[in-house]
Design a protein around this ligand. Structure first.
Ligand code: MSP
Length: 500
């Protein structure tokens, strides 16, 4: 069995922004960490290209939905290497291979008796592509997310019998269930179900930009069903001539933002049950990155540009900041000032400086060779259990807590430098052994935390491990060895230089 992690697939009606980068980086941290632990990992991301939001954006831009999708999907695809995302595939829902598999699964749902033709009447947000229930409508019949008037829709649609899954969903989302984390989101999903589930539209008769319903080709599938199925369909065609479904389904983690909880915690498991497929193991729901207290989004125009941040400070700094400033799972504000402060205080001064000092002292006092001395027992004790703790936290998708646990050891090593004052030890021949212990401990501590930090900051950790002459990334190396390794170290440019 492998480890399968996904991001939501991103709408191509907008250009990539910080919110998209956020979920992608989170998934990448998990994917890289699990690879370090020797897992067979599949990390999927991609673009959601059908449906009304895209059709409307294309109309506004005077182009076709396909053309708009091609242009913007290319931007999202190009974002991945810029973020250092190590995704194993990039799915586009306009890919006919996806469409064919959507039709297969949905035909099964239809054959299993979970659909019927009916008339929908109610409020609909064209930006969310969401038929809103009474509890999801803001004052004056507006969308609480987009602050635009909702449309009153009346149309003949195929319906999915969501109401038939009331009890299985109550069981799935019962208190203490591991299916949705954090627990506040589990409670939110459960309370939605407890209000009583209504059947939902499964097709749209008015749209043509979508996957045709095989048993009624005048309709296309409602975009959310088409989109959710990407998590399953991609495994069927991501590798030419190979079906990965048996290896990777069910997914271990779907990472999502809180705005798409209903679709993932309710519609998605119900659809999978209706199709006779296994359910994913867990959803982890993150909060919104806020600027000026509002969700950052293209349509609201309050965007922190991840490209500008990466260009000036590097990708690692952006990746680090995401999980440091805001506890992953909560909402939180991000700002340029907050970013710059953490870059200077934590990345440059705490970690970058620890790295350059350690290498410089090994060069100056020991000719660039890490002493083979036994490590300082007291310092080593402060690292005991760290690798296991970080792994356990990341198994629960606690990305900020895991980073905090690692960062405490960055700080511990800095205090160790001050406590031991190697520059004083170096002046006294009687302290030569003590200096060996100091340098061996610093080098080994720095190496271990750098292995642990690797999933968060793949570029700088790589450079540092190379300079240490210990490039191995395997998780076995996340624990401290008993002695320094006795090898030569090289030079290192500042990892987090002052920006130009
Ligand atoms: N296409 C759907 C998802 C389909 S998944 C089967 C969609 N796309 S989206 O592009 O609008 O959003 C994708 C994700 O980005 C969502 O989980 C959303 O929460 C996240 N973010 C968008 N803006 C965000 C912030 N400002 N902060 C954090 N994440 C937010 O929804």
């Amino acid at each position: 069995m492998g480890y399968y992690v996904t991001t939501p697939i991103y709408y191509v009606n907008a250009q990539p922004h910080m919110g998209h980068a956020y979920t992608t980086i989170a998934a990448d941290v998990l994917a890289r960490h699990m690879r370090q632990r020797g897992e067979d990992v599949f990390f999927l991301t991609g673009t959601d290209e059908h449906g009304e939001p895209v059709a409307l954006a294309a109309e506004r831009a005077g182009t076709t939905p396909k053309q708009l999708a091609d242009e913007n999907a290319a931007r999202f695809e190009a974002l991945m290497p810029q973020l250092e995302a190590s995704n194993d595939f990039f799915i586009r829902t306009s890919d006919p291979r996806h469409g064919a598999r959507v039709q297969e699964v949905m035909q099964r749902v239809h054959d299993n008796g979970h659909t019927y033709l009916g008339t929908y009447e109610g409020w609909y947000c064209p930006r969310c592509a969401d038929f809103k229930s009474d509890s999801e409508i803001a004052a004056g019949n507006t969308c609480p997310i987009h602050h635009i008037p909702l449309d009153r829709e009346q149309e003949e649609n195929w319906f999915f019998r969501l109401s038939a899954f009331q009890e299985p969903l109550e069981r799935l989302l019962a208190q203490g269930s591991p299916f949705v984390a954090p627990v506040a989101r589990l409670n939110e999903a459960r309370s939605f179900v407890e209000q009583g589930l209504r059947d939902v539209s499964l097709s749209r008769g008015k749209l043509s930009w979508g996957v045709p319903v095989p048993w009624d080709p005048d309709h296309v599938f409602y975009v959310w069903f088409d989109a959710l199925l990407n998590y399953v369909t991609a495994l069927g065609f991501a590798r030419e001539g190979k079906d990965l479904t048996g290896t990777f389904w069910p997914a271990d983690v779907h990472l999502i933002g809180k705005d798409i909880l209903k679709f993932h915690a309710i519609y998605w498991p119900a659809l999978l049950m209706a199709a006779g497929l296994e359910l994913p193991r867990r959803l982890f729901v993150h909060g919104f990155l806020l600027m000026d207290g509002e969700k950052m989004s293209k349509s609201l125009g309050n965007v922190l540009d991840p490209f500008a941040v990466m260009e000036q400070f590097g990708t690692d700094a952006l990746r680090y900041y995401c999980f440091r400033e805001v506890s992953f799972g909560q909402d939180g504000s991000v700002s340029t000032a907050g970013f710059e402060a953490r870059y200077a205080n934590e990345l440059a001064n705490e970690y970058g400086n620890l790295a350059s000092r350690t290498l410089a002292m090994i060069a100056r006092y020991r000719g660039g060779v890490v002493p083979q001395a036994a490590l300082d027992a007291e310092l080593a004790a402060d690292f005991d259990g760290l690798a296991g703790e970080v792994a356990a936290l990341l198994d629960r998708v606690e990305l900020s807590q895991a980073l905090e646990a690692i960062w405490q050891r960055v700080r511990r090593l800095n205090r160790y430098v001050e406590e031991r004052a190697p520059w004083v030890q170096a002046k006294d021949a009687a302290q030569a052994d003590a200096l060996d212990v100091t340098l061996a401990t610093l080098a080994e501590g720095l190496r271990a935390i750098t292995v642990l930090l690797h999933p968060y900051m793949p570029l700088s950790t790589h450079k540092l491990l190379d300079a240490l002459g210990r490039p191995e990334l395997s998780y076995d190396g996340a624990a401290l060895a008993a002695t320094g390794w006795g090898g030569a170290v090289g030079a290192l440019e500042p990892l987090f230089p002052k920006p130009q």
